[in-house]
Design a protein around this ligand. Sequence first.
Ligand code: PNW
Length: 575
Amino acid sequence: MCNPEPRSSTLSVGQRRNACRSPARSVRRGAHRLYSVLSLRLHVPLPPVTSSRAGSELQSTPIPSLQSNHCCCPILPVKRYSRRYDRNRSRRYVQALVDVTVFPHDFAWGAATAAYQIEGGWNMDGRGPSVWDTFCHAKGGVFEDHTGDVACNSYQLWEEDLKCIQQLGLTHYRLSISWSRLLPDGTTNHVNPKGVAYYNKVIDDLIACGVTPMITLYHMDLPQALQDLGGWSSTEIADIFESYARFCFKTFGDRVKLWITLNEPYVCAKLGHEDGTFAPGIKDPGISVYLAGHNMLRAHAKAWHTYNTHFRPLQAGQVSLALNSDWAEPLHPGCPKDAAATERYKDFSLGWFACPVFCTGDYPESMRARIQSRSLDLGCKQGSRLPRFSKDEPSPLGTADFFALNYYTSRKVKDLNDGSKKSELSFVGDQGAEGVVDPSWPICGVHWLAVVPDGLRKLLKYIKETYTSLPIYITENGFSQMGPVQIEDADRCQFYQDTLQEVGKAISQDRVNVKGYFAWSLLDNFEWNHGYSVRFGLFHVDFSTPELKRIIYRSGREYAAVIRKQRSQTKPRSI
Ligand code: PNW
């Protein structure tokens, strides 16, 4: 059913005047509640797991109540992704069913990780603190106060990771650089030689093993010293990031040819600056989120232009930024309001970053118009809360050599133009739309992750039709596990089989130029505010022992089998 016409705002004039606070005054650390809500996805509390840091000691977890009053709309009960999903039991092995012949011979078969989630060694060998060190050590923001202090200890156990990469037969490995390991205060005033040596070794080892590195410069872990200067809310951060990027291109670019400047600016801006559930824990609804997003786009554009002008001629690499997006469809297909809300939902998530980079050099029209008019309605003195791109700076338009997509889930979208959000100063209020889970979609592990493999195919086609015909790398996609460790993870095997099948259809039937697929993640690791209670790895890491032993999951074995099969069947055409 369609929502009724929006009612007029219930705010008094005085309330409206106060509704827009100055960013400086109102930026404050959020209350880092345990079981905090990731409002990017569903507002569902995390299940009451009682565990130590050790994933393998976890007890079974009840399915979270999806009728929770944390949720701004009731959501129907959903299924977990389980064996029930495996409708055809004869479909046992991934390699038996994925049609590998549709993948090009040079397809990138990868897995991804991020520095803070795996490295540990948080204060070793001159590394400076990052916002995630601060967020974790402050306690209260992360599940059972877990931290990334040790994580998978990849800083010291890199060679174990390399064995995992080789066991899978990956052609590509996506990792991120810990900015504060390289530049402890975030600036090139002080370079940490041990940090440089660590990444040199990782890169050299990968190349020696025939694995192509893809390097992310920023994966949520801003140096704390830069946060102390205002972080992503400060204008200066774009030039500081450009210097860091320039340093990395200069130091590693002779060997690294695939670069991602920023990972998921949406998540960093929204969860880190609007909701306060991710570091730096800022809860400043409706204001900082746009400022942080804007400065990230400026930073990315400057770094791309630097590469393009000074490094590309010699190094011949490619640079992009990784954008996360759900696939979205109207909750009620025949309802024009839900249809319009779905377009806004897409514009406020993928379009927010993709439109400036791939389409127009500016934010989507719907964002500009909505934020402008709501800023006026809510009495914001500074005009629109959405910043403008300056003509005196390099444009973000055209600053990507490929499209890097992180896809995890899908949403049904309903209009949210009336009710409480109408007069609320918030990102969701501006968006005027809300995504919910379709009850037929199974949930895997973490509550926001509804498993919708065909959403990926639809999203790939949408990107091709809406944004670009440049090659697309799926830089993250994965399936999580909670509760008791299942090494024989049949559900995840099924998930990878279904997903790769959909990617294959996007390539062969929709003619989308998909160049690669990176499973998230190589290893079980520190899953941000869920700590170690959620596992995404192709390898299990036994966090209960100091050795942090890596044990391959069945899904890892099957992913390896797909890669082997594809590589043996598709050979480069002879000239
Ligand atoms: C991505 N959410 O982040 C990241 O790039 C990874 O670091 C992360 O481990 C992976 O997805 C799995 O979560 C997200 O709350 C973090 O909606 C949180 C959300 C989405 C993506």
